[in-house]
Design a binder for this molecule. Structure first.
Ligand code: PPE
Length: 311
């Protein structure tokens, strides 16, 4: 990862190298944290963060789901992000807020552990390789099940949940695949290791509904709006693995992955990205880069000048 000048940490900007944590931090031992993945894009009217407020809302919701009250409001987190991005001065970047139980007592229940909050930003290119957006990727149904709703709240973007994703994606890449798709405990299609999954059949777009232990993706939500605006029928309902095998088109969505076509699942070829995938991908990429007026409200522009510490 490429270092940038500053990280926002517990209310102030600190130098990248100074944003450190004690090894006794609760979050390190028990995965008791929540985080976000957000992208800031270069637009004709300057850098803009895609749905920043919605991401910060989800961060606080994730916290509540694991009994963690964040010490900053959504508005404070939004302005902290603005402060960081104008100090780092990158035209486009990935933004990673994280909140976790810090150093205090050690033991499973966090009793005297402060809630630490940090926001990092750094350049992050395509998530699944340079060709992924253009040509599509090969996926493998994982032998690991996605965490169930009665295991860890699946709507929480919690750090500990990503051990589940890590096992799945390592298994997929060891088998020569680009990405894993995890089924839910009851055998329906869940999420990729870091994406939501969509299938197209006979012109209709399908995606698992929110009860299917998926993360309520903000890209998913944006894509559902875009798809309906483009005139497509969208159905949120349970999908099984053979729905993926028999789909006309498949794609994944996520902040990092954007709209990534899938060309095969379990070596069953879906083929080159189809017209619906392409239309949605094109509109999404135009929306995030400020080239469609209709979605201008999704873009939260970074104020041009904020004081930079020490200057
Ligand atoms: N499901 C999972 C499991 C997931 O991690 C993500 C985001 C999504 C769906 C899509 O959510 P959204 O970004 O709101 O559309 N994964 C983030 C983390 C990636 C990482 O490797 O770290 C992301 O895309 O930023």
């Amino acid at each position: 990862m490429e270092a940038t000048p500053y990280i926002w940490m517990n209310g102030e900007l600190v130098d990248w190298d100074d944003a450190t944590v004690h090894v006794g931090a609760h979050g390190l031992h028990y995965g008791s944290g929540v985080f976000e993945g957000i992208r800031c894009y270069e637009t004709p009217s300057g850098p803009a963060v895609f749905r920043l407020t919605d991401h910060m809302r989800r961060l606080r919701t994730s916290g509540r789901l694991i009994h963690m009250e964040l010490p900053y409001s959504v508005e404070e987190l939004v302005s902290a992000t603005h402060e960081l991005l104008s100090a780092n001065g990158l035209p486009a970047c990935y933004v990673r807020p994280i909140a976790f139980y810090g150093y205090g007592t050690l033991g499973v229940p966090p009793r005297h552990n402060p809630v630490c909050v940090a926001i990092m930003s750094w350049p992050w290119g395509t998530y699944l390789g340079a060709e992924a957006l253009e040509r599509g990727i090969h996926c493998k149904i994982s032998s690991w099940r996605r965490v169930g709703p009665n295991t860890i709240p699946h709507a929480a973007k919690a750090t500990g949940v990503y051990l589940n994703s890590m096992l799945a994606v390592l298994e997929a890449s060891a088998g020569g695949y680009d990405e894993a798709i995890l089924l839910t405990e009851d055998g329906n299609v869940g999420d990729g290791s870091g994406e939501n999954v969509f299938a197209v059949k006979d012109g209709v777009i399908f995606t698992p509904d929110l009860s299917a232990s998926i993360l309520p993706g903000i890209t998913r939500d944006s894509v559902l709006t875009i798809a309906r605006d483009l005139g497509y029928e969208v159905r949120e309902r349970p999908l099984i693995r053979t729905d993926l095998y028999m789909a006309d088109e498949l794609f994944m969505t996520g902040t990092a992955a954007e709209v990534t076509p899938i060309r095969a699942v379990d070596d069953r070829e879906v083929g080159d990205p189809g017209p619906i995938t392409r239309a949605i991908q094109t509109t999404y990429l135009e929306a995030v880069t400020g080239r469609v007026d209709r979605y201008a409200e999704w873009l939260e522009h970074v104020p041009r000048s904020s004081p930079v510490p020490g200057s």
